[in-house]
Design a protein around this ligand. Structure first.
Ligand code: SF4
Ligand code: SF4
Length: 492
């Protein structure tokens, strides 16, 4: 089975390419044709370097950033699995707050839908990890083996000391980049300065070695060896993008009418040198130089229309703009445009669907921001002890037991009193925890007992509340949690 482009573009119409399977061959997999992307300069390439520089600075430097806290580690971003806390600058995320993660994932999905509906696969082209790391790996390749032509020559040449040295240097630098990527990820899960020393002295936990080596291997394979195959065959986002595209979505597209004219594209010859000559003969502006194809990291020809392999990186725009500038014919033969614009129709960015995504996105961001800024300083959960559910005491009273889980999410210790209400005449036994000092950012489990004599022989269960009352921090208010008191009878 192989993929092939169904049709060539017709002038004046953006060709939304249909991909077909099978062409009379029974091969199960398409053979990979190695791509040798050529370097290019231009505004989109510059922007992509900027995004790469920013993303790498954040990723590689963040574990080393120190952060002053009253309580807790001095690392700005740290995922403390053992302590079940995530430190994000001044925000401490507890295990109970992990529903925020759902909010973050929802925001990410809505942002993706919103942006993709407007500007196509810009996430793929500029911000995706695969793109960012592949760009770095290609840069290494260029530095060690040269640009496109030199790399093709080197691959064709027989093995020699020079080839061995260049290929060896490439793979060594790739492995180093992959290793530092994996190690940096690991450093987010522990105190970075200590963990890095422990890693190299053999005293780090097994998980640190396993994580680092796993990410080293995946980075090396994905960015160094698999590259565009990840985008074309493995990434699910590439598969469902078409559902988010419409005729107003900005995509990287070749202006077929301008490029092909009436007679198609032609190379520059003595008779077809100036634009006027070409226009007189009905020939388009595309000089068939192939620069746009040579720079494409996925190896496709944008002149064949929109293809599933296109990650919208816009490097073909830079390439073609360079050619058009050199000829003085005006940029934009390849450009960001929409299907409607390309067909000369009016195109809208703000459509009901885009607005709906935007509103949903703002609502999700607002809800998450509200939830984070209003997070409770104290958390209490009550679990009924069910083995046994109740005990009849020698004095005839019934006793139920409960386990309170208390978590102080503030930077200061809080002294607490445990109380109850809603069950008249009941006695609360908190054992040795009469007055409770809960240290800052700590949690505690407390076993309490409630004893009650039912004066009217009630059966079944009664609801009441267990309370914790901060003693000196009146501003924190009282925390109550519902509980159930079980009595003998009625199936209990
Ligand atoms: S066709 Fe152009 S925009 Fe699409 S992946 Fe290739 S270079 Fe990038
Ligand atoms: S870079 Fe521009 S002129 Fe050259 S082949 Fe591509 S579209 Fe044609």
């Amino acid at each position: 089975m192989n993929w092939e482009v169904a049709s060539r573009p017709s002038p004046g119409v953006l060709n939304r390419t249909v991909l077909m399977t099978g062409s009379g061959t029974d091969a199960l997999y398409q053979q990979r044709i190695k791509i040798y992307p050529r370097s290019v300069k231009g505004r989109f390439r510059t922007f992509k370097w900027g995004v790469l520089g920013f993303a790498y600075s954040v990723y590689f430097l963040l574990p080393w950033l120190r952060w002053e806290r009253n309580v807790g580690p001095d690392q700005a971003v740290l995922f403390d699995i053992a302590g079940r806390k995530f430190y994000l600058f001044d925000l401490v995320v507890y295990a109970q707050d992990l529903f925020w993660l759902t909010g973050i994932l929802l925001i990410a999905a809505l942002l993706l839908f919103f942006v993709t509906g407007i500007a196509g696969r810009v996430f793929c082209g500029y911000f995706c990890f695969q793109t960012l790391w592949t760009d770095l790996y290609m840069l290494i390749e260029r530095l060690t083996q040269g640009d496109r032509v030199a790399r093709i020559r080197l691959d064709k040449a027989p093995w020699s000391a020079n080839k061995l040295l260049r290929k060896g240097a490439t793979h060594l630098l790739w492995l180093l980049a992959a290793f530092w990527t994996g190690l940096t990820f690991t450093l987010y899960w522990g105190n970075a300065p200590e963990l890095v020393v422990a890693w190299f002295t053999g005293s780090a936990p097994f998980a640190a070695y396993a994580t680092t080596l796993f990410l080293t291997a995946t980075t090396y394979v994905m960015a160094g060896l698999a590259r565009e195959q990840v985008c074309t065959y493995m990434c699910p986002y590439a598969r469902f993008q078409s559902a988010m595209f419409d005729a107003d979505t900005r995509i990287v597209a070749y202006d077929v009418q301008r490029g092909e004219g009436g007679q198609g594209r032609r190379k520059v010859t003595r008779e077809l040198k100036s634009r006027e000559q070409r226009q007189q003969q009905g020939v388009g502006d595309c000089i068939d130089c192939g620069f746009c194809v040579q720079v494409c990291p996925t190896g496709i020809d944008i002149r064949d229309g929109l293809q599933v392999q296109c990650i919208s990186c816009a490097l073909c725009i830079d390439a073609c703009d360079t050619i058009m500038d050199s000829l003085g014919w005006g940029q934009g033969l390849i450009r960001y445009t929409s299907e409607k614009q390309a067909a000369g129709k009016e195109s809208r960015i703000w459509k009901p669907r885009t607005i709906a995504y935007g509103v949903a996105l703002l609502a999700a961001i607002g809800a998450l921001a509200w939830s984070v800024s209003n997070k409770a300083p104290l958390e209490m959960t009550v679990v009924q002890v069910r083995q046994p559910l109740f005990v009849r005491l020698s004095d005839g009273r019934i006793q139920n037991s409960y386990e309170l889980h208390l978590e102080n999410k503030t930077d200061e210790p809080i002294d607490l009193a445990i109380m109850m209400h809603g069950l008249a005449g009941a006695e609360l036994d908190v054992g040795r925890f009469g007055a409770l000092l809960l240290p800052a950012q700590h949690s505690l489990r407390v076993r309490v007992r409630v004893r009650w004599r039912s004066s009217h022989g009630e059966k079944g269960s009664r609801s009441f509340f267990l309370d914790v009352v901060p003693q000196r921090r009146k501003d924190l208010g009282m925390y109550s949690a519902p509980a159930t008191f079980y009595l003998p009878g009625d199936g209990n």
